[in-house]
Design a protein around this ligand. Structure first.
Ligand SMILES: Cc1cc2nc3c(=O)[nH]c(=O)nc-3n(C[C@H](O)[C@H](O)[C@H](O)COP(=O)(O)O)c2cc1C
Length: 175
């Protein structure tokens, strides 16, 4: 799929078919995240792929706005390895760069998933302590976001975007 089609066609999917996602496709999606740029190439992002229904049920329960996690066949827990994040830029790496690194990796994964016929939805409001425990994260690995992944069972219309001419300012900011 052309990258512009992937960018335009990707939607946040909140209804999923029960069909499991092939392991090979999950690997392809996470591999797309692995090729994202990262600050100083520190590569602080780690992903825990969760298919276990009970764990996904708990994740849905401890998430503010992601009830769909219990129905999506896969939940990708995107994490930040704090030691790697700290390795080059110290605390700035942890507080500033690593969340950006995780965000660009997530966008790569969401676009790759869409190109493979899969849907995704980003969840960033959840009980991090509970999720940490659920997937046995060590102390220096922080959960950052949970991305639902699965075959879509809805085809939502694109939520509107601001017009290009409103957000693109040539040479200087103009209102
Ligand atoms: C950082 C971030 C957090 C989000 N958190 C949630 C969430 O908790 N629950 C949800 O249903 N959608 C969540 N979304 C999806 C947005 O609502 C969605 O991207 C937006 O409405 C535009 O729709 P689209 O992704 O289909 O283009 C999140 C998106 C981003 C980028």
């Amino acid at each position: 799929m052309d990258v512009f089609d992937a960018i335009r066609g990707r939607r946040s999917i909140r209804r999923y078919a029960s069909r499991p996602v092939e392991r090979e496709l999950i690997e392809k999606v996470v591999d797309a995240g692995r090729w994202a740029p990262s600050s100083g190439n520190t590569q602080p992002v780690e992903v825990v792929a969760v298919t276990d229904p009970e764990k996904r049920r708990v994740m849905a329960e401890v998430s503010g706005y992601a009830r769909y996690l219990k129905d999506a066949p896969v939940a990708l827990v995107v994490c930040i390895n704090l030691s790697r994040a700290r390795s080059r830029y110290g605390e700035l790496g942890v507080s500033y760069f690593a969340p950006l690194d995780a965000a660009v990796a997530i966008q790569n994964m969401m676009l790759a998933a869409h190109a493979l016929g899969l849907g995704t939805c980003w969840d960033s409001v959840f009980d991090k302590g509970k999720v940490r425990e659920l997937v046995s994260l060590p102390g220096d690995v922080e959960p950052f976001a949970i991305i639902a992944l699965g075959y879509p069972s809805e085809n939502p219309s694109p939520p509107p975007r601001r017009p290009l001419k409103e957000i693109l300012h040539w040479e200087k900011y103009s209102s």
